[in-house]
Each structure stands twice: as structure tokens, then as C-alpha cells.
Design a protein around this ligand. Structure first.
Ligand code: MG
Length: 371
């Protein structure tokens, strides 16, 4: 297929409620949608999930816009692409910028699957008709507020609840939560709020029988996570530390984690995520799909990924209505009996609601092939 045109759409969306973790609080969410058109007029969609500021990774919407436009788009525009797996290879001449790369690569995967007349899930080797829905609950004003919100999410059918923790708001939150919900599949995400000095505090989490503790230590510290895992019983899950297949390989070999959270934007796209999946299958490391406070485009890609056999744990895959008054896809993602149906239509299997895109669009930019 020959790539003839690429459009960037910079969106400004607003979450229904602020989402707080140990590092920041978000309510206004910028995103960049990617629309790629081939010479036959078939369109693929991708999404850049970088945040407005570099609190989660070093990328931002601004840096991604520039890197995609100046460096990555020229590697695709007017080019013949036989398989989306080639995109990663083309992009490998530039370092990092995973979210920028994943946005464009994801759009090529959608385009290619549409041309093949197959769903993205089937294209990737998905085996599930439904994926389990989990939910992340941000930090709340009080423990009572947290318990009430978790109760609401459980009633909505979510199969696993994740809460955000940090020193001083960990044992104090998880103790009452575990007491209120003795059998709930519960986990905690620290977003790197601890260091090895906090080992006793982290060891104390063992009594709550958490499914896992996510990213307790620094982003770039695969070694200290291995030391911590030796000392605590709660399985460690890595999120921010895993930015590539190589990170995943090192983490698994050194015993830094027992679980991996895969986010397409963070690891640089679908091809890299598939390599991590293959490794995880070989090493029997359970995977789950994270969420990025994303729109329905990135979520649909994550749902397709979560249908693969190695994704054995419920991810942060929630209904559109969990985040947005109105998502930019139709049909919106919904959760029934704790499950999300994996779309079977071509590509990501959902349509883009152009009217809604225009309603929240801040700016756009078009690139056209000249050859
Ligand atoms: Mg996380």
C-alpha cells in the first residue's frame, strides 16, 4: 500500500472527573489523532497518547507533534509499505519518542487490517471474543470517598480495581479498602513514589493480598525492583520501566517483576508489544493492558491487543463513559457483566465520529505525498 496523505488532529478533551496519582492531577486531556490515507482512499486511525507535560514519560503533545511531522511522516509519505511490521524498522533510525512512533504505526496497522478486511484483533492473533474490564481509581479526598467510588465501580461490573498509592496514603487507604471488600481483586499503583528506603512500608502491603503492586520504584531502576521483589511477597508489576522489548527482557531475566503492564504508546507500538507478548508467553509472565486516559482509538487498539493469549489479567480497559461525556468513536466502548466485546469489524472495528472530533479539535495539519 502507498501512503498518500497523513492528517494530525490535535484534540482538547475534558475528563468527566479529575484523575489524581502520586505525581499529578489531570482533567484536561490533549491528544493527537492520526489519520492516514492510502492511494485507494482507505483510512487508518492512530492516537498519540503523550500528555500535555512530561510527567509520565519525557514526551509531550508538543514534542510528539514536532517529531512526527518533521522526522517520522517523511519516512511514510509517498512510500510503499507491504506490512505494518516495517514501520518500526523505518522509525528505528531515530531514538526514543515511543508515543510519536506508536501513533503513526498504529494508524498503519489499522489501515492494513482494513485493507485485508480483518479485525485488528484477528490480525494480531487474538483468541478472545471478550476481554475483562478493570478500572483505575485515582486518589480521592478521603478514604470514605475512595471506598464509595470503588463500591460504585464494583457495582458497574469491573472485575479488578486498581488504586493509586503513595507514602502516607498507602496502608491508610488499602487497610480500610481491604476490610470493606475482603475478596475484591485489588491492586495498587505507585507511579514510582517509593525508594528502597521504604522497603518496610512496601513489605507491609503483603498483608492486603494485592494482585500486584505496580511501579513502586524509579522509572529507570530495573535493578532495585529486583532487590525489592526478593524482599516482598506481593508481585511487582512494571509499567513506566518497560519502554521496549529489551527492557522487558532485562526485567524478566533479573527478576524485577512478575507481571508486565503493556501500553502501546509507552513501548513504541504494536510490533514492539507483540515481541513483548512473545517473550511473556515463553517466560510465563502474565500481561495486562494499561490505559492512558485515552480516546476510543487507542482504547480499541488496546482491546485488540488484550485479546491475545498472553494477556491473562484484566487491564485498565474501561467504558468510554468512565472517562468522557462523549467519546470520539461509534459505537462507544461499553462494559457488560465486567466484559468488553472485542470488535470484529475491519481494523480497530469502530468508526470515528467526525462531528465530535471537530467539536473538540484545537488544530490540524495535513501532509500530502508529492511523489
Ligand atoms: Mg501505572
Amino acid at each position: 500500500m502507498k501512503i498518500n496523505q497523513i492528517d494530525f488532529h490535535h484534540l482538547g478533551m475534558r475528563l468527566k472527573a479529575p484523575f489524581a496519582n502520586s505525581l499529578t492531577t489531570i482533567q484536561d486531556r490533549e491528544l493527537i489523532l492520526i489519520e492516514i490515507r492510502d492511494e485507494d482512499g482507505v483510512v487508518g486511525w492512530g492516537e498519540c497518547v503523550a500528555f500535555s507535560s512530561p510527567w509520565y514519560t519525557e514526551e509531550t503533545c508538543g514534542t510528539a507533534w514536532q517529531v512526527m511531522g518533521e522526522f517520522l511522516v517523511p519516512l511514510l509519505l509517498g512510500e510503499i509499505i507491504d506490512h505494518p511490521g516495517e514501520v518500526n524498522e523505518r522509525f528505528s533510525i531515530y531514538r526514543y519518542n515511543s508515543m510519536a512512533k506508536a501513533a503513526l504505526e498504529g494508524a498503519v496497522w489499522d489501515l492494513w487490517a482494513k485493507r485485508e478486511g480483518r479485525s485488528l484483533a484477528a490480525t494480531l492473533g487474538g483468541v478472545r471474543e471478550y476481554v475483562a474490564a478493570g478500572v483505575a481509581v485515582g486518589a480521592q479526598g478521603s478514604v470514605q470517598d475512595m471506598i464509595e467510588l470503588v463500591r460504585q465501580r464494583v457495582e458497574e461490573g469491573y472485575q479488578r480495581v486498581k488504586v493509586k498509592i503513595q507514602p502516607g496514603a498507602d496502608l491508610e487507604v488499602l487497610g480500610p479498602l481491604r476490610k470493606a471488600f475482603p475478596h475484591l481483586p485489588l491492586m495498587a499503583d505507585a507511579n514510582s513514589a517509593y525508594s528502597l528506603k521504604d522497603i518496610d512500608r512496601l513489605k507491609a502491603l503483603d498483608e492486603f493480598q494485592l494482585l500486584m503492586v505496580e511501579q513502586p520504584l524509579a522509572v529507570d531502576d530495573i535493578m532495585d525492583h529486583a532487590k525489592l521483589q526478593e524482599r516482598i511477597n506481593t508481585p511487582i508489576c512494571l509499567d513506566e520501566s518497560i519502554t521496549s522489548f529489551e527492557d522487558a527482557r532485562r526485567a524478566v531475566e533479573w527478576g524485577s517483576c512478575q507481571v508486565i503492564n503493556v501500553k502501546l504508546g509507552r513501548v513504541g507500538g504494536i510490533s514492539e508489544a507483540m515481541r513483548i507478548h512473545e517473550l511473556a508467553m515463553q517466560r510465563e509472565i502474565p500481561l495486562w493492558c494499561g490505559g492512558m486516559l485515552e480516546s476510543g482509538i487507542s482504547r480499541s487498539q488496546h482491546i485488540a491487543l488484550a485479546s491475545l493469549p498472553g494477556f491473562t489479567l484484566p487491564g485498565d480497559l474501561s467504558a468510554s463513559s468512565r472517562y468522557w461525556s462523549k467519546d470520539i468513536i461509534t459505537p462507544e466502548t461499553f462494559v457488560k457483566n465486567g466484559l468488553i466485546h472485542v470488535p470484529t469489524g475491519p481494523g480497530i472495528g469502530v468508526h470515528v465520529n467526525y462531528e465530535q472530533v471537530e467539536a473538540v479539535r484545537i488544530r490540524s495539519q495535513r501532509f500530502q505525498a508529492t511523489k
